[in-house]
Design a protein around this ligand. Structure first.
Ligand SMILES: *[C@@H]1O[C@H](CO)[C@@H](O)[C@H](O)[C@H]1NC(C)=O
Ligand SMILES: *[C@@H]1O[C@H](CO)[C@@H](O)[C@H](O)[C@H]1NC(C)=O
Ligand SMILES: *[C@@H]1O[C@H](CO)[C@@H](O)[C@H](O)[C@H]1NC(C)=O
Length: 378
């Protein structure tokens, strides 16, 4: 518009700002000092408060339903935990990441004792040990598994052992279980109360059993009792050259899963138990495979990992505590959860599928094992 200042309006503004800045400089300085002083004062205060709040929170918890869950006051006399020298570093890491070293006892498996433990079952150094959590009275599920994917002790030339992990519950007496074990030698029982809420304990007891009774196996798998397991494909996957032999956890990976807060859900976790909005990466509980060095480390990590009732996510949490993460399987499409119908061709390619009844497992397996090609020629 011909205004001589037009071309330099930007500079004019800048100059104005600069002079304003010069005027405000001393003011700014003193504000800065006040802020610095405040933060110096606030930091130790916050630190103290956070410590205090933990204590207050603890006391609050003691009077709540979850008292038993966080029973930290109860110092169990634990035998000194033997950590293999090659894992010492990781144990050190755990202590570093837990200031104050709060220990949790609820899921720490050494608090529970084995009633049936089949100590000899891994003496032939199996390649793979399958650990199946199952309710004590669910004999039907165990029998279906014994007749199907646990039937052969040698798969693709490798020794495979299948064991059932039980807690204590009604519905079946100890003598009947003893007899069942005498017959099959495949039961492991520990003295915690077997309930849905206690599945994390069950999983940790599985980890403890593998760590203390079967570390000579190359791999272990936690696999639910309602699964179709293509055991051949699983062993073939584990035989793949280059597959990690340590710190390996694989299965169907769950990323960025939010913690379920609706209290009518089966997976509900109240904020008092776990405040994190999301779980760390974990492997879906239906079936996950791990190298046999991991259980010992996970058991150790559980001492410092706040317990909650979602067993698979809890393993993810322990892994995170160890500075580890699950690995994607060579072919992620082999780990399937729900399917709508049986398809012989499809079932010949996968490793896992969730089924809804022991009878279905037996029926599908019968068809699956029929001679002849799995898939129609196209
Ligand atoms: C903690 O657990 C032990 C053993 O189960 C029990 O004796 C003790 O009373 C419990 N403490 C609290 C505060 O519940
Ligand atoms: C879980 O197991 C512990 C140890 O046996 C027991 O004290 C507790 O009552 C059980 N909780 C539930 C909800 O079953
Ligand atoms: C469950 O959640 C609903 C909605 O958030 C709430 O109104 C109800 O009081 C909760 N029930 C319990 C038992 O916490």
């Amino acid at each position: 518009m011909g205004d001589p200042d037009t071309g330099s309006s930007g500079n004019g503004l800048k100059r104005q700002l600069e002079s304003l800045w010069d005027q405000k400089k001393p003011l700014f300085h003193s504000w800065f000092k006040v802020l610095l002083l405040l933060s110096l004062l606030l930091y130790p205060l916050c630190y103290m408060l956070s410590d205090r709040s933990v204590l207050l929170w603890e006391r609050f918890q003691l009077h709540r339903h979850y008292t038993q869950l966080f029973n930290r006051t109860y110092q169990v006399r634990l035998p000194p935990y033997q950590v293999h020298p090659k894992h010492r570093l990781i144990e050190g890491e755990i202590h570093k990441t837990t200031p104050g070293g709060i220990q949790y006892h609820y899921v720490y498996p050494h608090n529970y004792q084995f009633i049936i433990d089949n100590t000899e079952v891994c003496k032939n150094t199996p390649f793979l040990v399958l650990m199946v959590p199952v309710k004590p009275d669910n004999v039907k599920a165990r029998d279906a598994i014994r007749r199907t994917w646990a039937k052969d002790s040698v798969v693709q030339g490798e020794q495979v052992v299948t064991l059932f992990m039980l807690g204590i519950s009604g519905g079946i007496d100890a003598e009947t279980l003893k007899k069942e074990n005498l017959h099959h030698q495949d039961l492991i029982q520990s003295n915690f109360i077997d309930s849905y809420f206690n599945l994390t304990i069950k999983t940790m007891v599985i980890m403890d059993w593998v760590a203390t009774h079967c570390q000579t196996a190359a791999y272990a798998m936690k696999v639910d009792s309602d699964m179709f397991l293509n055991i051949d494909n699983l062993v073939i996957m584990l035989q793949k050259p280059g597959l990690p032999k340590v710190n390996y956890l694989t299965g169907m990976l769950m990323w960025n899963r939010p913690v379920v807060r609706s209290n009518n859900s089966k997976w509900y976790v109240p904020e008092e138990i776990l405040s994190d909005p999301e779980y760390p990466t974990y492997t879906l509980g239906m079936g996950y495979i791990f190298s046999s060095d991991l259980p010992e480390k996970i058991v150790e990590a559980s001492k410092f990992t706040k317990p909650f009732n979602i067993e698979d996510a809890y393993i993810g949490m322990c892994m995170k505590m160890l500075g580890l993460a699950p690995t994607s399987p060579p072919d992620p499409s082999q780990f399937k959860a729900y399917n709508t119908r049986y398809d012989r061709c499809e079932f010949s390619k996968i490793i896992t599928y969730i089924l809804d009844s022991p009878q279905r497992l037996v029926n599908y397996w019968k068809d699956f094992k029929k001679p002849g090609p799995y898939c129609e020629k196209v």
